[in-house]
Design a binder for this molecule. Structure first.
Ligand code: M6R
Length: 611
């Protein structure tokens, strides 16, 4: 996730900015940059890669000045590169800006500005805003008003810091949906996207709220609303330490990432769900619309959790888009000489975009003439670059080795792809497509509800923390969720766990069931509900311990299962997005109680770049 730092005071800004950027490295980034004001000019330096590269490129002797802004970028629009890194400059070279968040209507703003003669250098959404500020300054005359007028025209989210060589005694900062704090020092002020960047310098902070703008000078800070109404803000003392801040107050990155899911799901959908049309807008697929419409077969290939997402995608696409889908482990695909036809479309799913097997499958499919499309989290990753098109899931950096928020966002993106193809092919009615849109938009608040109280799941974890084996059962859309629940438990708690389609149980695994076998059953109300209830009874008849995931209001299941975790109801196709969350939490709490290294489990790497 991008990071913001800014300084105005009496000291050299550069060492503080570099130090602050290094403190923001934990958030994940791909490039960084700084802008320092000196002698009526903006001195800019931007570098792809580590902050240490930026440090080398910006020696202190050339970058003195006591006002500056710095940024670590995690690409969302445009690949990681020097030119796409922040700060971005206005065309007249007088304004520099850094930005966290997404300007959703940047394309419209850009088109208008291009007509007025503005030239764009980068592929970012941010650049549209800095040029818009320059344009507004022609009307307003001053920077603060120009920023306010520009922000009123923006849809989306932002945390920004802006400096101008024409008003070299201030930094303008503003926030909507992207955290921003002001640090208050002695004759100096700071701005940062999180306190980790500035606490060695000051612990006195002001938390900005959405819709607020502030003007920082050496000695003052003034806060207003975007509509120019003055706001009096309180100064707070930061009491927590850096490690706590990095993990957002959670004990582990994995828990932080589980808890982030309402927001990451919103980000995966932002600007993409066309409710009235019953359609999805996925600009990364614009160039392959015909290809998708005419595809005879879709092949999905991936590894691990991403492969599980692919399995859910298969069910979605076949049910709604009525296209035949095959899902294959990337590691198998590359070695089994698959038959590929020119009418096949291959989707590669990868959080990191760097998984060696998935990348090799992509190259193999390309060689055989298939069209390849990526569903990735990391912008500019190899898979994203080598694909002909694709969709980013916008989940932000995932640091815990166990994938959580990436999985749910992959599922959202697969739903959007399904929506798009089903709309193109008119394979289901408009009403069905509209319901899909509506239910998608309702997901984040339903996830919030699940995450509100995790105490029951923690208690269940306490009960089963010493178990040696677990069985996970699900049917239909929730069979892949059973696989995913088992994988999560295995990888972080080192408990042996297996996922099965529930009906397969009687073909073998049922032999394992006795009073020591916990069986997690995903039993939400979908088209397979009655069948799964029978499976629960089969487990109970053999004295197995059933932990059921069921829907709110389902009292019947309370009488059958030993433990019932309730989740809100949604469409069958979207139910995996809700049902997986208690399973993520269950494995997390069990692993913590077993004293395991949750974020970096033994023998595993976040990105498997070797075969
Ligand atoms: O980055 P990718 O999505 O391509 O990674 C694929 C798998 O290595 C990954 O999902 C792995 O299974 C995770 N550790 C699961 O939590």
């Amino acid at each position: 996730m991008c990071g913001i730092i800014g300084y105005i005071g009496n000291n050299n800004a550069l060492p503080m900015l570099i130090d602050g950027l290094k403190r923001l490295e934990y958030r994940g980034y791909d490039s960084s940059g700084i802008a320092i004001l000196r002698d009526g000019e903006i001195h800019l330096q931007k570098k792809v890669g580590k902050v240490s590269e930026l440090e080398k490129a910006a020696p202190l002797k050339d970058y003195t000045g006591s006002i500056g802004i710095g940024h670590t970028r995690w690409a969302t629009h445009g690949e990681p590169s020097d030119v796409n890194a922040h700060p971005h400059m206005s065309n007249d070279g007088t304004i520099a800006m850094i930005h966290n968040g997404i300007i959703e209507n940047y394309h419209t703003i850009k088109t208008k500005l291009e007509k007025l003669g503005y030239k764009f250098k980068s592929a970012t959404d941010t650049e549209a805003l800095v040029h818009l500020i320059q344009e507004m300054k022609k009307v307003s005359g001053d920077l603060e008003t120009a920023v306010r007028l520009a922000l009123r025209q923006v849809d989306g989210t932002y945390g920004i810091a802006v400096v101008s060589s024409q008003e070299p005694d201030k930094i303008i900062v503003a926030r909507k949906g992207s955290p921003l704090i002001i640090g208050v020092g002695e004759n100096e002020h700071y701005v940062a996207s999180d306190a980790a960047a500035i606490i060695p310098y000051t612990r006195q902070v002001v938390y900005m709220e959405d819709g607020e703008i502030a003007v920082l000078t050496k000695n003052t800070f003034e806060t207003k609303t975007i509509d120019n109404v003055e706001k009096i803000k309180q100064i707070h003392e930061v009491t927590f330490d850096i490690e706590e801040i990095e993990k957002g107050g959670y004990d582990h990155f994995m828990l932080k990432e589980i808890m982030e899911q309402p927001e990451t799901l919103r980000n995966a959908m932002r600007g993409r769900v066309l409710l009235n049309e019953g359609n999805a807008k996925l600009s990364g697929l614009n160039d392959v619309t015909l290809l998708l419409e005419n595809a005879q077969r879709i092949i999905i290939t991936a590894c691990g959790t991403s492969w599980h997402a692919g399995l859910v995608g298969e069910y979605m696409l076949e049910q709604y888009a009525k296209v035949s889908v095959e899902v294959e482990y990337a590691s198998e695909f590359r070695y089994r000489n698959p038959i590929i036809k020119p009418t096949d479309v291959l989707f590669l799913i990868s959080q990191s975009g760097e998984t060696a097997d998935t990348l090799a499958a992509l190259r193999e499919a390309k060689k055989k003439g298939a069209s390849v499309l990526g569903i990735c989290n990391v912008v500019g990753s190899t898979i994203a670059r080598e694909s002909q098109g694709g969709v980013y899931i916008h989940a932000g950096p995932e640091i815990g080795v166990a994938s959580t928020k990436a999985f749910s966002s992959q599922l959202v993106v697969l739903s959007l792809v399904t929506l798009l193809i089903a709309h193109q092919r008119e394979s289901v009615s408009h009403d069905v497509l509209m319901t899909m849109c509506k239910e998608l938009l309702d997901l984040p608040s339903k996830v919030e509800k699940i995450l509100k109280d995790t105490s029951q799941i923690e208690k269940i974890a306490e009960e089963f923390k010493t178990s040696n084996n677990f069985l996970y059962l699900g049917r239909g859309y929730n069979f892949p969720v059973a696989l995913e629940g088992a994988l999560k438990l295995k990888e972080i708690s080192y408990i042996h766990a297996e996922g099965y389609p529930a009906a397969e149980m009687k073909h073998g695994p049922i032999a394992l069931i006795d009073e020591n076998m916990p069986v997690v059953v995903i039993a939400t109300k979908d088209s397979t509900y009655e069948k799964i209830i029978s499976n629960i009874q089969e487990v109970k008849a053999r004295k197995g311990k059933v932990i059921a995931i069921a829907n709110d209001g389902d009292d019947h299941i309370d009488t059958l299962a030993d433990y019932v975790i309730k989740v809100p109801h949604t469409l069958d196709m979207l139910s995996p997005i809700l049902n997986v969350i208690p399973l993520q939490l269950l494995s997390y709490f069990i692993a913590v109680k077993r004293g395991c290294n949750v974020d970096q489990p033994r023998n595993l790497a976040k990105s498997v770049t070797v075969e």
